[in-house]
Every structure is written in structure tokens, then in C-alpha cells.
Design a protein around this ligand. Structure first.
Ligand SMILES: [Zn+2]
Length: 269
């Protein structure tokens, strides 16, 4: 599941493969960019912002451009050596190919693929809250943004990228379990919001640099999460069957015993 850490890892893969390189070819397989040719453009850097990928480029006239992409649930970038077989995904999922003398980057099933002036990046990512893995991570700002809607469920608020950028459904479920908080608790009734935000940041940061996401400390298959993806399996702490239900637009997993319902804060008058 691509969450902030996966996107951060992906940005690093692209940076190592392409940063500083002059592109020798490009092949866009999305209608809007079908005629775009980045041959001769230079890759300045690859960065992530929450779950957004920003590949920053210099055009031949030295103007700064950004190739934006979003992985959502199923997108991926892979970097290959020239001549290496592209083993990542089926070819029909390819949305873009970028070639340089030292590497070939292939984007599969990317979403929101767009080429825009770097100065206009804010149009796409300016609404995001503090990036959990960004150089400008600001936990107090994240807590402040979460607190703006105290009546909202914490399960939905953690997924809202305008509050903090990078938490997806896996980390949302796991953080709430580790803090013993029901996903349906109103934000205003969460006992220690700064502690929850700090834990979310630590969990994502711990998974930087590897593709297996674990919140338990174990990298063994089937042991990497406490509640996420474990419907009806016994809670690792108390043995109660893990629940799975819809919350907002997503499903949530939780332990009914370890994460009891808490008294809600009445909405402000
Ligand atoms: Zn439990």
C-alpha cells in the first residue's frame, strides 16, 4: 500500500537513478502528454511531498519544470539499468518511460501525471499539511490542523492529507491501535493528540529505506501489522477478534477491546 514512506522510498529510487542526468528519451503513454518529449531535459532532483512525487527538471532553456505523479493504491515507479528486462509490471500499465545514459525509469499505473512549471507546484501540493517525512515536518502544525474539526472522527482526520501528509490506511489503523483509541473517537476527545502525531511520524520514519512496511518490528510475512488486514484474527495483545468496518470512504481495522469507544466531545455551539 503506497503511503508516505513508500512514496519517499520511490522518490529516492528515482533520485539515485536520474538526478543530474540529461534525458536521452521519453515516452508518455497518457493522452494529455502523448506529444511531450523530454529529450535533452536534465533531471534536477526527485522529491516527495506526502503521497505526491515531484520529479524536478530543467528544460533546454533552463526553465524549471516538475513532472508530478501520484501512486494512489496501485501505482509504482521502477528504475532499470539500460538493457535490463523490465520485470516490474505488465507493459499495458506503463504510463511513462524516461531514459538516461545510466538508467531507465518506468512509471506504472501512475495517477495525476502532469508536467507543470515548478513555480506552480503549490497548485497541486500547497493544500497539504506538514509532511511526516519532509524536511519541514512540523508536529505542532499537524496537531493544530487536526484540532480544527474536533467533531470529526480521528480515523478520518488522520487520513485527511490537509492535516498531515503521508498517513494512509495502514498507518492510520496501526497508530490508533497502538494508542488504544477507537477510530470513531472524535478528534476533540483523543487524550493525547501530540503523542499520536509523534507516533505516526516514528512509524513512517522507521519504514524508510525498505519496501516491507512493518509496525510490529517483525518483517515476517503475516506478522507486520497489529490490526491492518487482520479481520477476524486474534488481537496480538488480548486475543479478541479484530474488527473491520467502513469508516468514511475507507475500511478500518481495530480491536474492540484494546480500542474502546470513548465519550465524545459535543460539537461546539
Ligand atoms: Zn486487543
Amino acid at each position: 500500500m503506497p503511503e508516505g514512506d513508500t512514496v519517499w522510498n520511490t522518490a529516492r529510487v528515482l533520485h539515485r537513478a536520474l538526478a543530474g542526468a540529461r534525458l536521452t528519451g521519453s515516452d508518455f503513454r497518457v493522452p494529455r502528454l502523448a506529444t511531450t518529449d523530454l529529450t535533452g531535459w536534465t533531471v534536477r532532483e526527485s522529491a516527495s511531498r506526502g503521497k505526491h512525487l515531484l520529479l524536478r527538471l530543467a528544460a533546454p532553456d533552463d526553465a524549471s519544470w516538475t513532472l508530478h505523479s501520484h501512486l494512489r493504491m496501485d501505482g509504482a515507479w521502477r528504475a532499470y539499468a539500460p538493457g535490463e528486462r523490465w520485470s516490474g509490471r505488465p507493459a499495458h500499465l506503463i504510463r511513462v518511460v524516461l531514459r538516461s545514459p545510466g538508467a531507465v525509469a518506468v512509471g506504472y499505473h501512475l495517477h495525476e501525471l502532469a508536467l507543470l512549471p515548478t513555480a506552480a507546484e503549490a497548485d497541486l501540493v500547497g493544500h497539504l499539511g506538514p509532511d511526516l517525512l519532509g524536511p519541514d515536518w512540523d508536529p505542532a502544525e499537524a496537531v493544530q490542523r487536526l484540532s480544527v474539526h474536533p467533531e470529526q472522527t480521528i480515523g478520518e482526520a488522520l487520513l485527511d492529507q490537509r492535516n498531515l501528509a503521508g498517513v494512509g490506511n495502514l498507518y492510520k489503523c496501526e497508530v490508533l491501535f497502538l494508542r488504544g483509541v477507537s477510530p470513531w473517537t472524535p478528534v476533540g476527545a483523543v487524550p493525547d493528540l501530540p503523542g499520536m502525531v509523534a507516533l505516526a511520524q516514528r512509524l513512517l520514519a522507521a519504514n524508510r529505506g525498505r519496501w516491507t512496511q512493518s509496525t510490529t518490528g517483525s518483517l515476517h510475512r503475516g506478522q507486520t501489522s497489529y490490526v491492518y488486514g487482520r479481520r477476524a484474527q486474534p488481537c496480538r495483545r488480548c486475543g479478541t477478534a479484530i474488527g473491520k468496518e467502513e469508516l468514511g470512504e475507507r475500511v478500518t481495522y481495530w480491536c474492540p477491546l484494546c480500542q474502546p469507544e470513548q465519550p465524545g466531545t459535543p460539537p461546539p455551539d
